[in-house]
Design a protein around this ligand. Structure first.
Ligand code: URA
Length: 477
């Protein structure tokens, strides 16, 4: 055979890795161009007679391929689309063809063929993951009456063989059978057999064992994490009918809200000071559904800094044009329980007025919700929060802004910008409009900076600050 003749290749239905490897060796050995090959499933009737030349199977020089390509082939042959074989062959052909080969083609993720094969591989991998996670055994029995666990599953792709090792490793000491419309597995504690497709009626109905599954699921279900959309993404509905515990979901979802309320009420102040990371994790678990709920959590929580344990919350309307984020409450703010009411706040008010921004229409908050200070005699001296502290408070700020939904967020000074961006950014270099962690933002100095600059520079700095605020007003409008 010279590789110039048309050829027809017959592949087993399903994931025919052996057949494809053989075909690949012969076809590449003969430099067969992809357009000369017809790929057919074995069961398809032969319309035009056998098209494979008699000496075709003799060529068997192994083909050396990068490991990633070998892995891709192994995965994509499991795909349900029959086009997988010509597509995989195209890939190998382009890497190996005698003229202008592309040996590094797999690295070109933007190549349409590579992109398509990667997507197919992803779809198969996802299907395998779902089968590992959502397959449920039911107690059945074999013809002799011996105990046997049987599972019914409906995969999208031909993944039954690919998942076999996982189930053998986990359920080695059980006799089990996995039935699917794409093939079946049979295990007797020693030997694995791969069998034909099955139908739903071959599997038993619900057994007593599943009642325990459901009880277990109910006891581990976390009502604060109830999010039906996410739940359906992780556990698509099509699998629910074969998973007994999912029958508990409607009831659990219906009562989730009241159970969350109960949990919030029960939880007194949390011991967070000693383990702030755990506190943040707990916060995530609580998943507040409104600004009000978030503020309740903030008020109840211990601070992540050494200083005051009274939280100063953000204030202002929801969905404002502008939200200002400062660093942390100062002495006056801590005493009065409101942001920006001390000397820096007074200066901010003056500049806002000059810039034509109505403070009452803006939302005002801080990156850190507690006053960090050290006591010196009668005075409480402000301390700048560390990067780790900013990070711990950041979760609250982000949640807060998610609820408030301002059109534009203004970072006043380095700490605020750090909390908004998720990393440190020098103010001098970045001053002006910005996008911070996906939010439309503006970076400027903190008003207390204007209180600290030497007298001769103060006026100029103040004017620059007012100019920023005017620009902010225009941007937000
Ligand atoms: N400085 C801030 O950053 N926030 C305040 O609330 C007061 C001073």
């Amino acid at each position: 055979m010279n590789g110039q003749d048309p050829v027809t290749f017959y592949m087993n239905r399903g994931a025919d890795l052996t057949g494809f490897r053989q075909a690949l060796r012969s076809l590449i050995f003969c430099d067969t161009r992809p357009e000369l090959i017809t790929w057919r499933p074995h069961s398809e009737p032969e319309l035009f007679g056998n098209r494979m030349p008699p000496n075709f199977g003799e060529a068997s020089k192994p083909i050396i391929l990068p490991r990633a390509v070998g892995k891709l082939i192994e995965t994509v042959v499991c795909h349900s689309e029959p086009e997988k074989y010509p597509l995989l062959y195209d890939l190998v052909w382009r890497m190996k063809k005698p003229v202008n080969p592309e040996p590094r083609l797999m690295e070109v993720a933007t190549d349409p063929l590579v992109a398509r094969l990667n997507l197919m591989a992803k779809s198969v991998a996802r299907d395998i993951h779902k089968m590992h996670a959502f397959l449920r055994f039911r107690e059945g029995g074999d013809q002799t009456g011996a105990e046997r666990f049987i599972a019914w599953f409906e995969p999208d792709h031909f993944i039954v063989e690919a998942t076999a090792k996982f189930f053998v490793d986990r359920f080695t000491s059980m006799d089990w059978t996995i039935l699917t419309p794409k093939g079946s597995l049979w295990w007797d504690k020693k030997e694995l057999c791969i069998g034909p497709p099955a139908s739903r009626s071959d599997a038993p109905e619900e057994d007593a064992f599943e009642v325990h599954w459901r009880t277990y699921y109910e006891s581990t279900f976390n009502p604060v994490r109830t999010n039906l959309t996410v739940m359906k993404q992780h556990m698509p509905r099509k699998y629910w009918k074969n998973m007994s515990e999912t029958r508990a979901i409607p009831g659990l979802v219906a009562t989730a809200a009241s159970r969350v309320e109960e949990m919030i009420e029960k939880e007194a102040a949390m011991p967070t000071r000693r383990n702030p990371d755990k506190a943040v994790a707990l916060m995530e678990d609580q998943a507040p559904k409104s600004l009000e709920e978030l503020n309740k959590i903030i008020k109840r929580s211990d601070p992540f800094i050494e200083g005051s344990d009274k939280a100063v919350l953000g204030e202002g309307p929801m969905h404002p044009k502008i939200a200002f984020v400062g660093e942390q409450p100062g002495d006056q703010e801590d005493l009065q329980g409101r942001p920006f009411v001390g000397p820096a706040g007074k200066l901010l008010d003056k500049a806002l007025e000059e810039a034509g921004i109505d403070r009452s229409k803006a939302y005002i908050t801080n990156a850190v919700k507690h006053f960090k200070y050290i006591q010196r005699g009668k005075h409480r001296l402000h301390q700048t929060p560390t990067a780790a502290e900013v990070k711990r408070y950041r979760w609250w700020l982000q949640k807060e802004l998610d609820f408030v939904k301002p059109d534009l967020v203004v970072g006043l000074g380095a700490t605020a910008v750090h909390a908004l961006a998720g990393h440190q950014m020098p103010i001098g270099k970045n001053r002006g409009p910005a996008e911070l962690d996906g939010r439309k933002a503006y970076i400027t100095v903190h008003p207390s900076f204007l209180l600290r600059v030497p007298d001769e520079a103060r006026e100029k700095e103040y004017e620059a600050f007012v100019a920023d605020l005017k620009r902010i007003r225009r941007l937000a409008a």
